[in-house]
Structure formats: C-alpha cells, structure tokens
Design a protein around this ligand. Structure first.
Ligand SMILES: Cc1ncc(COP(=O)(O)O)c(C=O)c1O
Length: 473
C-alpha cells in the first residue's frame, strides 16, 4: 500500500514521519495488521536517509503503535479506543453548489422487495453464472487484456462482429461491425450520441410518458427537451416541435405504455426526420422477448436516409449490472462516435467484452434468450390473465406482447389514489411503479406491471397482496 507522508517544508524529518504515521494509525486510515513499507523503501520514496526513517519507526515501535515480526516486516498494532477514519476526519466545508438542473431529477436506487413487479429487472437467478465465470476468467488471460494497453474506443472487433451478426439475424438491423460502438448500456450510448449531434441549447424530443433517465441526461447536457405525447400507435409525430434536432423513441415496446409503434407512424416519423434534417434514436431495449404476433420492423431497417441510430442493451437479455450495450450509427457519424466514446471513458471494460464475444459466438447467448423467452412467456400469460380477471373493475390492460412489462390504466381511480396503492403495496412487500411517475404533462392513472424479476411461483401471492393494497382503507 502507498502510504502518503509529506515532508515539504518540514525540518525535523524523523519527527514528521513519526507524527504523520501515528496520525494515520490513530484516525484509522492505517488499520491493525496493515504492513508498513520496509525502512529502505520508505527512505528511497521520501528521498531521505534510511536512518531518518528508522528513528521514526523505532519511536512508533516503542510506543506500541506498530510491531515488528522477524522476517515478515513491520505491522500496525491493534489499538483500543481508536477512532474510525470517518469519526476523526475533519468535516469538509460545504461551499460548492451543483447546477440547479441536478435538483430536477429524482434518481432512486431500487431496494430488494419480496414481490418484484417493477419494470427494468430481468430474472437474475437464471443468469448462467458458471459459464460467465469461466469465460471471464479466460478473458482475463486473453491477449487483449494481457497487452496492458488501452483498447479501441469502439470496442473489441470480435464483439462488434458478434453483435452485428446478432442484430442482423434477430432484428433485421442492417449494419456491419464497423457501424457498432460498444457502450456501458443504453444510457451511455445515448450520452455519446448526444455529444456527437447536439450542442447546448439545441432542441431534442422524448416520449411523454417516457423513460426518464434519457430526458434527464439530455437536460443535463444543456439541451432543450420537448416532451411529446404518445397514443396507442406510439409517439404522435405531428406534435414534434419545430427545430427538433433529435428524438428518442422506443418503437418496438414503448416505455412505459408497452405499445408498439404502428407501421404508419414509423413511416411518418422517418419522413419527418428526412424533411426536418433530424436524427432518430431508436431504443430497442427489450424486444428480444416476444410472445405473440410478428416482430415489428426496426426503424433502422426501414430507414433509407441514414437518419436512425439504433441502440441495444444486454441489461434485459443478461443483467443490468454488466453495463453492456451498443449503438449502431450511420457511417457519417463513425469517427465522431469513436472520439466521443473516447472522451467519455476511453472504452468499455475489455475482459467483459472478450467474455461477451465468446458468450455470443459459442451459442450461450442465443440459448439463454430461448430459455428466458419461455420463462417470460409463461409469466406474461399468468400476470396478464390475473390482472384481466381479478382487477377487471379497477384496471384495463393495455395489450402488449413484447418485453418484460405492460401497462394497466385505472378505470376510475385518480393518479394520487394509485400513488397511495403503490405505497401500501410496498408496505406489503410488493414493488410496483405508478404510470404517472413517468409522465411530464399528462400523468395517466395506472400501473406498470413487470414480470421479469418476479418468480413464477410468487405471482399469485404478489398480486393478491396488490389487490389488498387496492382494497385497504
Ligand atoms: C426505455 C429503456 N431503455 C433502456 C433501458 C436500459 O438501460 P441500460 O442499457 O442503460 O441499462 C431501459 C431499462 O429499463 C429502458 O426502460
């Protein structure tokens, strides 16, 4: 461990070394059992004579702060009544203020619940831990990691190729590996795209209701964000304000309403982008799971004008904790995407990229999606049937046969009443989100009902707890 000792402007060097080490021990920065560097090494590092360090160590030894073990080294002793580092550290002054924009977001982190109907969570218990563990260990020994140098900002060639093949086959996305940039999830993909295309003060549009982290991201970059309504055909293209440079949409499975954008609307949106010289960010976050009907054609595949940026993620197909996603951009943005990704964080973790490339190439990914599709299909059926039957008087299901959630609109209840139901449900161990939380202008009363994380065996009990939360006075 590097122990910081500063001798700048000091006179009695032995005393300074003694004093600073003693303070680190007393304040808990150095803990019982921590090794001190050998005197020769410490002297070299500080640019002092070895005897200067030995005097300091001898004094610490004599006072019992450290002990020496022959052949092993010098270690910090266990001291009674020593303050924890946090207790003793002087409080920093609170004078720096964040920009006001950071007060406009209610970023929250999900806590575990017994019955998890919250959107955004896949079932982590099915994740193939052993295979991933094996591939990750192999990846740590791969040449891409062992070289010790930074990687290319666009990501590992093998992974870009695997993704280009995967989205080509499974989604009909038209691209080559050169068009793919690996990112830390969707969130970073949109961040990098926004840096490439938007300047502070530019106009962008998001869906309302919609996925809040993207609205917050764009706002934090100084972009003026319009919230555009969504109906059962998807984003209402006619309501896009003049001057919009970029629009973020979830056409395959709207978040949170669960509807798919109709073909007519998709064609309208593409025509709008061409007419107004704008960009479309297509966020295809969970449409690998489809239980009915034909897959809808991605905007990216319909686009002949080079205006669509396609974003995918492994957060639903594998795990959100991996923070792995990708973006497919038109060739005109390629170089700028690489520079922007480099500026953001150089590149995604290489061991994770190597492991994922092999995971896809060896067929584990396709197998996992097949397995999870069967699991989620069963839950989708179970949960929608139960809501349609047992909540018929209270909720109207918005039909959806893709992804890991659907929406249910309240038949009579108001949005504040639904908020109270959500609070009562939480007290009963049920995690569920109100629809209104995701709207800016027209909050609809209703719930987002997700079935990704709830074990099939707990669905009945979880929904009966939800029913009690509705009935509670
Ligand atoms: C609309 C939408 N996009 C993307 C994501 C996933 O984001 P990320 O890939 O950053 O984990 C989610 C997660 O719930 C989402 O709802």
């Amino acid at each position: 461990m590097e122990i910081h000792v500063s001798l700048i402007g000091r006179r009695n060097l032995s005393r300074e070394i003694y004093r600073q080490l003693r303070e680190s021990i007393m304040e808990g920065r150095l803990r019982a059992g921590d090794a001190l560097p050998p005197t020769r090494e410490m002297a070299q590092r500080l640019g002092v004579a070895r005897s200067t360090v030995m005097i300091a160590y001898d004094r610490l030894l004599a006072e019992g702060f450290i002990s020496a073990r022959v052949g092993a080294g010098t270690f910090v002793s266990a001291l009674p009544n020593r303050a924890s580092a946090d207790q003793k550290r002087p409080a920093k002054r609170s004078v720096l203020a964040p920009r006001p924009v950071w007060d406009t977001m209610s970023v929250a982190f999900a806590q575990p619940v017994t019955y998890d109907f919250r959107s955004g969570h896949p079932d982590a218990t099915f994740f193939p831990h052993d295979t991933w563990d094996r591939l990750l260990r192999r990846a740590l020994r791969s040449s891409a990691v062992a070289s010790g140098i930074y990687g290319h900002p666009a990501g590992l060639d093998a992974l870009r190729e695997a993704i280009a093949r995967h989205v080509g086959i499974s989604r009909g996305v038209v691209c080559s590996a050169d068009d793919v940039t690996i990112t830390n999830g969707t969130q970073q993909a949109v961040d990098v795209v926004a840096r490439v295309l938007l300047a502070p003060g530019d106009r962008a549009a998001v869906e309302d209701p919609g996925y809040r982290p993207i609205r917050w991201l764009l706002t934090s970059l100084g972009v003026r964000v319009a919230c555009v309504p969504v109906d059962r055909d998807g984003l209402v293209v006619d309501k896009l304000p003049r001057g919009t440079r970029l629009v973020h949409v979830t056409p395959s499975h709207h978040y949170p309403l669960g509807v798919s954008m109709s073909l007519a609307r998709r064609l309208d949106l593409l025509a709008w982008a061409e007419r107004t010289d704008a960009a479309i960010v297509e966020d295809d976050y969970d449409s690998e799971f489809r239980f009915d009907g034909r897959p809808i054609e991605p905007l990216q595949a319909l686009d002949t004008a080079g205006r669509v940026i396609y974003v995918g993620t492994f957060s639903k197909t594998l795990l959100p904790a991996l923070r792995l996603g990708f973006v497919v951009t038109p060739p005109s943005l390629r170089e700028a995407m690489h520079s922007a990704k480099y500026v953001a964080d150089c590149h995604a973790s290489i061991p994770a990229q190597v492991a994922l490339a092999r995971f896809i190439d060896e067929g584990h990914f396709a197998r996992h999606i097949r397995k999870m599709s069967a699991v989620y299909r069963e839950r989708h059926k179970l949960v929608t049937e139960c809501i349609a039957r047992d909540f018929a008087e209270r909720l109207e299901v918005v039909p959806s046969s893709v992804g890991l959630h659907f929406a249910a609109l309240a038949r009579r209840a108001s949005a504040p009443f639904i908020d109270r139901v959500v609070q009562r449900a939480l007290a009963r161990g049920v995690g569920i989100y109100p629809l209104a939380r995701f709207a800016v202008h027209h909050p609809a009363a209703g719930l987002i009902i997700a079935y990704g994380a709830i074990p099939t065996a707990l669905v009945d009990e979880g929904l009966s707890q939800l029913r009690r939360a509705f009935d509670q006075r």
